[in-house]
Design a protein. Structure first.
Lengths: 295, 284
C-alpha cells in the first residue's frame, strides 16, 4: 500500500470509498479521508503491535510443543503462573465487592469529601507503577504505617503473596468503579419505585432489580481489572519481595529469563500468559456483545 | 404507608453511614495513604536533601530521557489515535469491530512482554539483530527501544477516548462544511478538531502520564545504563535499591507523583468544565 495513492484519494474529496483497501470498503459516507486514515491506522497498528506479537508466537512455534511443555511445567514456572493468575483473581474479587460498594456510595449518596475522593479513584491510572510500588512497600513493610500494626496482629503483608494481592487491588480498582458508575447512574429509579409501591423491601429491590441491571458491567469491570493485574509488574515487584516459589510473579520470571538470555524460557512463558490473557479479552468482548443485545 | 414506601427506596441510615464509612476507609487506605507517603518519605531527610536528589547528574539525565521519550511517543500515538478514530467513527466497513478490538490489544499485554517483543525482533539474537549490528544501528538498550516500548504500552489511550466521542458526534457538521465548499483538511481543522479538542486533550493527558511513568516495558529495553538509558521510573528503582539513597528514590518518585496528581486534577477539571462535550465518554 503506498502513501501517494492514499494521499491522493484523500485529496479527491467525496469519492474516497473506491480507494485502496479493497476488502474494507466505506459505505454511504460522503466524508473524505477514509483511505488515508484507515491505511495509516492499519500500517501503524501492524508495525508496532501486530508484527511484534506475531514474531513472539512464531518464535514460540519454532521452539516446538515439547520444548514449550518442558519450559512451562517446571515447578518454578507453574508457581509463578498460579501466583499471577490466582492473585489477580483474588484481587478482582475484592475489587468487585468493594468497587460495587464504592460506585454505589458515589452515585447514590452525598457526603463530605465526596469530590476529593471521587477524583482520587483514577489515581492508579495516573500514578506511575514504580511510584505506587515503592509507596505500597513503604506503607506495608514491617515498620511502615500500616505494616507495623498489622505485624503486631501477626499479619505479614510486604514480601508475601498478600502484598502482591494488595498491589493488584490498587491497580485494578478504577476499572470496576468506572465501569459500574455510568450503569448505576442510568439505572432507572422508576423500576425501584415500582418495586417499592408493589411492596418490595429494599433488600428485595437491591437483589432482584438493581443487581441484575449492573451484573454485566460488574463482570466486565472485574475482567478488565483481572487482565490488568495478571500482567502488572511495576507496582507489584517492590512489595512482592520476589522469593522463588513464594512471591515470584510470572512477569518477573520472564524478566529473569531474559536477563539470563534464556529466550526459549521467556518466550514459552510469555506465550502462555498472552494466550490466557487473550482468552479473557475475548470473553470481555463476548460479554459486551451480550450486554448490548440484552442490556 | 408513606414511610414504608420511603423505606424501601433508600437504605436505612445506619447502612448508609456504614457504606460511606467503608468507602472512605477503603479509598483512604488504598489510594490516599500511598500518595501521602511518597511525599512524606521524599521530605523525610529535609528540604535540602530533597532538592539535593535532583542535583545528581544521573537523575537529571533520567528526567531528560523521560521527557524526550514522551515527546516522541505521545505525538505518534496522538496522530494514530485521531486517524483510527476518524476511520472507525465516521465510516462503516467490514472488520471494524475487529480493528477496535486490536487497538485495545496492548492493554492486555503485560508490559514486560511488550518490552520483550522488541528484544525478540531487534535484540542481538533477534530477527533483525545481525542486520542491525552490521549497520551499527542500536535499538535495544538505547533510545529507539525505549520509545518503541513506550509507544506500545500507550498505544490505545487517545484512540479509546476519541472513538466513542466522534461516534456520538456523527457526521452532520462535517458534511455541512463540505457542502459549503470546504476542502477535506479545512473541514478537519475547522470542524472536527474543535469538536473533539477536549476529548483529545483528555486522551493525550492519560497517554502522557503512562508514557512518563512506564516501568516494566522500558525496563526490559533500557539496559539500565546510569545516566544514559535510565528513565525516571528506572532511576527510582536504582535509587530505591541503593540503601543510602532511599529518600532520594522518593524525591524522584514525588516528581512523578506530582505528574500523576496534575494529570488527575486536569482530568477532573475537564470533566467538570466540559462534561457535556465529554458525555459520550461516559458509559464507555
Amino acid at each position: 500500500m503506498n502513501s501517494v495513492v492514499l494521499a491522493r484519494s484523500s485529496a479527491g474529496m467525496g469519492q474516497t470509498s473506491s480507494s485502496v483497501t479493497g476488502r474494507a470498503r466505506a459505505r454511504r459516507s460522503p466524508l473524505p479521508g477514509f483511505g488515508l486514515s484507515l491505511g495509516f491506522s492499519l500500517t501503524y497498528l501492524s508495525l508496532l503491535v501486530l508484527i511484534p506479537l506475531a514474531a513472539l508466537f512464531l518464535h514460540a512455534a519454532g521452539l516446538g510443543p515439547s520444548a514449550i511443555w518442558h519450559e512451562l511445567t517446571s515447578h518454578r514456572v507453574l508457581h509463578a503462573l498460579a501466583l499471577s493468575f490466582g492473585g489477580a483473581l483474588a484481587a478482582a474479587a475484592i475489587n468487585i465487592v468493594f468497587g460495587t460498594l464504592i460506585a454505589w456510595t458515589f452515585v447514590r449518596y452525598d457526603f463530605v469529601g465526596k469530590r476529593l475522593f471521587h477524583a482520587l479513584i483514577d489515581l492508579p491510572f495516573a500514578l506511575p507503577t514504580a511510584v505506587a510500588g515503592i509507596a505500597l512497600t513503604a506503607l506495608y513493610s514491617e515498620n511502615g504505617w500500616l505494616g507495623a500494626p498489622l505485624a503486631q496482629l501477626g499479619i505479614k503483608v510486604a514480601y508475601t503473596p498478600v502484598g502482591i494481592i494488595i498491589a493488584m487491588v490498587f491497580i485494578g480498582l478504577p476499572f470496576v468503579v468506572r465501569t459500574l458508575e455510568p450503569v448505576l447512574e442510568e439505572a432507572e429509579k422508576q423500576l425501584e419505585e415500582v418495586a417499592a409501591t408493589l411492596g418490595a423491601t429494599r433488600r428485595q429491590t437491591v437483589v432482584h432489580i438493581i443487581l441484575p441491571t449492573v451484573l454485566p458491567a460488574l463482570l466486565t469491570g472485574g475482567a478488565l481489572a483481572f487482565a490488568r493485574a495478571v500482567g502488572e509488574y511495576g507496582s507489584v515487584i517492590f512489595i512482592a519481595g520476589n522469593l522463588q516459589n513464594v512471591s515470584e510473579i510470572a512477569p518477573l520470571l520472564i524478566m529473569i529469563r531474559l536477563e539470563e538470555f534464556n529466550y526459549a524460557g521467556a518466550t514459552a512463558l510469555a506465550s502462555a500468559m498472552l494466550v490466557l490473557s487473550f482468552a479473557i479479552l475475548f470473553a470481555i468482548n463476548m460479554l459486551q456483545g451480550w450486554r448490548r443485545r440484552h442490556g | 404507608m408513606a414511610n414504608r414506601y420511603r423505606n424501601s427506596l433508600v437504605e436505612p441510615a445506619p447502612i448508609r453511614w456504614l457504606l460511606i464509612g467503608v468507602t472512605l476507609l477503603f479509598l483512604g487506605v488504598f489510594l490516599l495513604l500511598p500518595l501521602i507517603i511518597v511525599f512524606v518519605q521524599a521530605l523525610g531527610h529535609g528540604v535540602e536533601a530533597f532538592f539535593g536528589a535532583f542535583a545528581d547528574s544521573d537523575t537529571k539525565a533520567a528526567i531528560k530521557l523521560t521527557l524526550l521519550t514522551a515527546a516522541i511517543a505521545v505525538p505518534l500515538n496522538t496522530v494514530f489515535g485521531v486517524a483510527a478514530a476518524w476511520a472507525i467513527a465516521k465510516f462503516e466497513f467490514r472488520g471494524k469491530s475487529l480493528l477496535s478490538a486490536l487497538i485495545d490489544l496492548p492493554f492486555s499485554v503485560s508490559p514486560v512482554i511488550a518490552g520483550m517483543l522488541f528484544v525478540l525482533l531487534f535484540g542481538a539474537q533477534g530477527w533483525f539483530g545481525p542486520w542491525l549490528s552490521a549497520h551499527d544501528i542500536k535499538i535495544v538498550f538505547a533510545l529507539p527501544g525505549i520509545v518503541l516500548a513506550t509507544v506500545f504500552v500507550t498505544f490505545p489511550f487517545v484512540a479509546r477516548e476519541l472513538i466513542p466521542l466522534m461516534q456520538a458526534q456523527g457526521t452532520e457538521e462535517e458534511q455541512a462544511a463540505l457542502t459549503l465548499g470546504a476542502g477535506g483538511w479545512r473541514m478537519f481543522w475547522h470542524v472536527t478538531i474543535p469538536n473533539i479538542r477536549w476529548g483529545l486533550l483528555y486522551g493525550v493527558l492519560l497517554c502522557n502520564a503512562r508514557a512518563m511513568g512506564e516501568f516494566g516495558a522500558v525496563s526490559v529495553l533500557s539496559g539500565h545504563v546510569r545516566g544514559l538509558t535510565n528513565t525516571m521510573p528506572l532511576q527510582i528503582e536504582l535509587l530505591y535499591n541503593d540503601p543510602g539513597a532511599y529518600s532520594a528514590a522518593f524525591a524522584v518518585a514525588s516528581l512523578l507523583a506530582l505528574l500523576g496528581f496534575v494529570t488527575l486534577a486536569l482530568k477532573n477539571f475537564l470533566e467538570w468544565r466540559h462534561g457535556d462535550e465529554l458525555a459520550a465518554l461516559r458509559g464507555n
